[in-house]
Design a binder for this molecule. Sequence first.
Ligand SMILES: *[C@@H]1O[C@H](CO)[C@@H](O)[C@H](O)[C@H]1NC(C)=O
Ligand SMILES: [Cu+2]
Length: 313
Amino acid sequence: MDSSLKVSSLLGLHHILLILALLTGVGVNGHSWVDELTCASGPFFETDPSLPPSPGYIRNYVGRQSTEIDTLTTFRILDTSSKQPVCAPNTQSPGQLQEFPQLNATQGDLIKASYLENGHIWQTLAGQNGPKASPGIIYWYGTQNPRSDRDFASVREWTADGSGGDGEGFLLAKTDFDDAVCIETGHEDADPQNPRVGGPCSSFFRIPENAEIGKDLTVYWLWDYSEHFGPDPTYTEWYSSCMDIRIFSKEDARRMVEERAKERANGNARRDTEHVSADSTPVKGINRHIRRQQLHNERRNQIGEKKSSWFSW
Ligand SMILES: *[C@@H]1O[C@H](CO)[C@@H](O)[C@H](O)[C@H]1NC(C)=O
Ligand SMILES: [Cu+2]
């Protein structure tokens, strides 16, 4: 209780800072990290678009309301040696703020991760990083043998069949950072051949079919941005996000989804939440404020254009 109260008041301060930031026109911007995780298949996949999604989050995620999200969440890796921890100091062990729980999933589920490109794509398209620059590649790795001292180099040795390196984990997927759809809001025309949708980018991976039920799957998002300024073997720039996904049996998952549907039907969903934090109303208010602001910016930037879109963070 004590620590959750502290967290609430801390977030309260962040809200005030965010309002100040919005009023003074300073954006919450920065690098890239995984903001949200959702199931794109399986029992937890929300097929009803009218229901609010309940995403899961990376370890110790602080929320986009936090003006410090960039410094707290960006973890830049400049040294790929075996001494380099794969996770940021505050995410080396499992842990979540109450408002930002971990994702729940079942064996074989497709997982969708969202992240903001924050200029890494549109600036590359605009040629600002040099003619051969690339937004890079995302690698997804998973293990059910988590270690707080897990180092970057040992993760990179893992392979899709699990035989690589120390054999404790798997390469789950490899995708382009640029999903060819997303772009930072306001830059929808950055690629004239391929008009973009303003908002988050997506990358997908699958939970292994043989993941152990009742145990977390620890997942590492590793973004190789070493071609930030074009190919250069002497230049290293990687980023990581670390997360835990709880693996449920299909039966338990279906039961949980049914429970939730019942609670909703009874109108109890909100009241049932264990402790609604004191500042949950400001969160909603700020989200509405951001939405209005984004909508306003979109309209101003894209007046008369059909493909206008905006996203609500
Ligand atoms: C996952 O399940 C736990 C209960 O076991 C719940 O507290 C948490 O909110 C769930 N996460 C999501 C993203 O729904
Ligand atoms: Cu960056």
